[in-house]
Design a protein around this ligand. Structure first.
Ligand code: IMP
Ligand code: MG
Length: 374
């Protein structure tokens, strides 16, 4: 996968040449069948459609003529809503003809609406629309689109005629805008500190990917993946799952190019794992921005966990096991704090208060980290 830069933005490969070629051929055949041996006038909407129209022309076997409209509607990566005609078409090429508009992409449909309005006024015998790409989620009009090459999600794309501020039109395949990265954090704290609850809220508010190792194990075991089957054998014996299995699962998730950032919960649990995580992230060109450590006094933790034990059905939420888990946390897991302190990435949050209060404290810290980066 090769990332490219156009102006200030990064783009990643999205639709390859072969898929585009199939879509263009399919459109040429559909239009030909629909035209029933009658001549058609193709209206090429410039600039974006020049590559698409040229390729479609090569596959179109019926009688056809070509006219060119030049419109402008986009500034940067957002629709301006206003559509201007820069080069018009003589009505004599449209009147009483079977007209087919060739659009590179239909997004909101503003451009299309303007084209239809203009062309109808020139009195064609029929008017149909063909677009190579269509974004149904962005489309705000009712006008039906007769021929669609490919439906795509509401993402900004470039290549094959499509541009970002005039660049990228000559790319032979489609790239899409790389989402800007939010933040990558480790949520830290003793059992009962509220990590899971807080992570869930941060995930929803910031669009991050939540990685809880416990959930990962359950997911892999349920789906009987190779890693899941290996993990199961340790869990069945009451042993801890070895690092390399956990790491294998994490590796898979952080490979996701769509992710805006990760929240780790329950990992790293040891300094060794913290080192491994740094390496895994570095391999992807990423970095952990912060360890957010939620502080709750011990008496409160015990109270909370006992309370949870009444309803959670978790066998480990009883007084004796709780004390053992807290002890394990202090001896094995707490040293992870020093690892991040040494990197200047350690942040403490008061975990006493309502869920919303604690969440606001976390968001404030995340906001400050992002500001500091700029
Ligand atoms: P609409 O008027 O919102 O449907 O947008 C149509 C025009 O905006 C297209 O003809 C393109 O020029 C441009 N456009 C829409 N989406 C994209 C995109 O993802 N990449 C590049 N240009 C786009
Ligand atoms: Mg266009």
């Amino acid at each position: 996968m090769k990332e490219i830069q156009l102006h200030d933005k990064k783009f990643i490969p999205y639709i390859d040449k072969e898929k585009i070629k199939c879509a263009v051929k399919k459109l040429a055949e559909e239009i030909k069948n629909d035209a029933q041996n009658q001549p058609v006038v193709f209206i090429v909407v410039l600039k974006g459609s020049f590559v698409f129209a040229a390729d479609l022309a090569k596959h179109y076997t019926g009688e056809a003529t070509f006219e060119f409209y030049r419109l402008k509607s986009y500034e940067g990566t957002g629709s301006t809503g206003e559509v201007k005609i820069l080069v018009d078409i003589d009505p004599k090429f449209i009147k009483d003809k079977q007209v087919i508009v060739l659009e590179d992409i239909v997004d909101t449909g503003n451009t299309l609406e303007k084209i239809i309005e203009e062309l109808q006024a020139k009195q064609p015998a029929s008017l149909k629309i063909a677009t190579l790409f269509f974004k149904p989620e962005a489309y705000t009009k009712d006008y039906p689109i007769d021929f669609v090459g490919m439906k795509i999600p509401n993402k900004f794309i470039v290549g094959y005629g499509l541009d970002y501020d005039e660049l990228g039109r000559n790319l032979p395949e489609i790239y899409r805008l790389k989402e800007t990265r939010m933040i990558d954090v480790v949520l830290f704290g003793p059992p009962g500190a509220g990590k899971g609850t807080q992570a869930q809220i941060l995930k929803d508010k910031l669009g991050l990917t939540y990685i809880a190792t416990g959930d990962l194990f359950r997911h892999h075991i349920k789906n009987k993946t190779d890693l899941g089957i290996k993990a199961q054998s340790y869990i069945d014996k009451g042993d801890l799952v070895p690092d390399e299995i956990t790491i294998g699962m994490i590796k898979e998730i952080i490979a996701d190019p769509e992710a805006r950032g990760f929240i780790f919960d329950g990992f790293p649990r040891t300094v060794k794992q913290a080192e491994v995580l740094d390496q895994l992230m570095a391999d992807k060109g990423l970095i952990i921005d912060a360890l957010l450590s939620i502080n709750v006094p011990e008496e409160r933790l015990i109270k909370r966990l006992l309370e949870r034990g009444k309803t959670s059905g978790r066998s480990d939420d009883n007084e004796e096991t709780i004390k053992h888990r807290l002890n394990q946390y202090h001896t094995k897991t707490e040293p992870v704090k020093d690892y991040y302190k040494a990197q200047g990435k350690f942040y403490e949050i008061d975990g006493v208060g309502s869920i919303d209060e604690v969440n606001q404290r976390l968001l404030d810290i995340i906001g400050n980290i992002k500001l500091r980066e700029k």
